[in-house]
Design a binder for this molecule. Structure first.
Ligand code: HEM
Length: 402
């Protein structure tokens, strides 16, 4: 029986609502800074969203993420979606299966394979920016970030680009529809559609990631049709919106810091190193793990079935791990720079991180090639949301070309 609020010592109780707090609408990052980052406690329990723990210390979060046996990854979500089917592969698979999947998937996501995707990313970034930037004022999320990142995603999976709006609605509904029934219905739409896509690929190969998955052969080991389907399901959820979300936080950062904008524009060689620092400062996934058995964790009693939530934005602002964490510093030591939780940590660390970093770098480079100055139309016009993946919903900007 998972923990109930009345079993939690008062000193560990919190009223934080990671999905519904109205502060997320105004600014998700500011809400985290004002609430959880400032909270000196490393572990708290909130009764909202099915009741869950929140871990805000970077070191303790890493301990949880590194212990897949005690802190399992099924089911993912806040609240945890117990009805989720099929299991997301590899994210929700157990330790032995997971090692097999990572071995089979690694060749598809390794840096050399990702380099082959770069030409397509550069071409789409140029096409979108050349169309949108001359208008001078636009919503960066909807006009630039989503068309580029979702456009690349549909090409990589061989999906129909004209259905992008529908895909986005399914993904948003999966994570954030008001009721669990609606979330499950969205999951079923994604699963049903991807099943058709995978089946069609069997008869009509398309030279994309689905094909690569169908043809995986590592020392004679292959993936079944059902496994390819479940992997595509996770890729859909893991990548349709993530790069766009990251880009929108980075552009807001640059619009607020013209000195940084100018220095990166003047010296493009700094962009690659800056990408990880941007990732650290704008981590947006609220990771979760399910406690597999009753256990005492740093003096706190966790029970089997407890949902343990790790807000990566908060752990990545932990000053015990990152010196001066609220300052953008691309010159951090390599060790410090690479230990952020934007891509998670431990066995399930994002397998698509090289794809994500390449896409972010390509869009930033293309943006700096074309834009002389950038500002927000107004701070108040930027809105956002909380949940399993927090993000911005609108970010109107003004640019001057040059
Ligand atoms: C900025 C963009 C991205 C961010 C911030 C991000 C973040 C994450 C995080 C935090 C996890 C770990 C989840 C957990 O442990 O519960 C993860 C896992 C994963 N991501 Fe990403 N991701 C991004 C882009 C992508 C892309 C573009 C792809 C695919 C092309 C991808 C594929 C995956 C997969 C397959 C997993 C599961 C890995 C496993 O369980 O072993 N991600 N991602």
């Amino acid at each position: 029986m998972p923990t109930q609020l009345n079993q939690v010592p008062e000193a560990l109780q919190s009223d934080f609502d990671i999905v519904g707090d109205s502060g997320f609408f105004a600014d998700p990052q500011q809400l985290f800074l004002d609430s959880l980052v400032k909270d000196p406690r490393d572990i708290v329990y909130t009764p909202h969203n099915g009741g869950h723990w929140l871990i805000t210390s970077h070191e303790l979060a890493r301990e949880v993420l590194s212990n897949a046996e005690l802190f399992g990854s099924f089911p993912i979500g806040i609240p945890a979606n117990m009805e989720q089917r099929p299991r997301l592969i590899p994210l929700e698979s157990d330790a032995n299966e997971h090692r097999r999947y990572r071995r089979l998937l690694l060749p598809i996501f390794e840096p050399t394979a990702v380099a082959r995707l770069q030409t397509g990313a550069e071409a789409l970034a140029a096409e979108v920016l050349d169309e949108v930037l001359p208008t001078g004022e636009f919503d960066f999320l909807w006009k630039v970030a989503k068309p580029i990142s979702m456009g690349l995603f549909v090409r990589q999976l061989g999906l129909e680009p004209e259905r992008l709006d529908e895909f986005y609605a399914w993904e948003t509904g999966f994570y954030r529809a008001p009721t669990m029934e609606e979330r499950i219905a969205c999951g079923e739409k994604i699963g049903g559609y991807l099943f058709e896509v995978v089946t069609q690929h069997v008869d009509h190969p398309k030279d994309d990631i689905v094909d690569m998955l169908l043809n995986v052969d590592v020392e004679g080991e292959k993936l079944s049709l059902e496994e390819v389907h479940a992997i595509c399901y996770l890729l859909f959820l893991a990548s349709i919106d993530t790069v766009a979300t990251m880009l929108s936080f980075i552009i807001r950062h640059l619009a607020r810091d013209s000195a940084l904008f100018n220095s990166l524009k003047a010296d493009r060689s700094k962009i690659a190193d800056s990408v990880d620092e941007f990732m650290r400062m704008h981590a947006f996934i609220n990771l979760n793990r399910i406690c597999e058995q009753d256990t005492e964790f740093h003096g706190v009693q966790f029970r089997a079935g407890d949902n343990i939530v790790i807000p990566s934005f908060v752990t990545d602002r932990d000053e015990r791990t990152f010196a001066d964490p609220d300052t953008f510093n691309p010159d951090r030591s390599k060790k410090e720079r690479n230990q952020h939780h934007a891509f998670g940590a431990g066995a399930h660390k994002c397998i698509g991180l090289h794809v994500a970093k390449m896409e972010v770098r390509v869009v930033l480079e293309a943006f700096f090639d074309r834009v002389a100055s950038l500002e927000l139309v107004s701070e108040d016009a930027v809105t956002g949301h909380g949940g399993t993946t927090m993000g911005l919903d609108t970010i109107p900007v003004k640019v001057v070309l040059g």
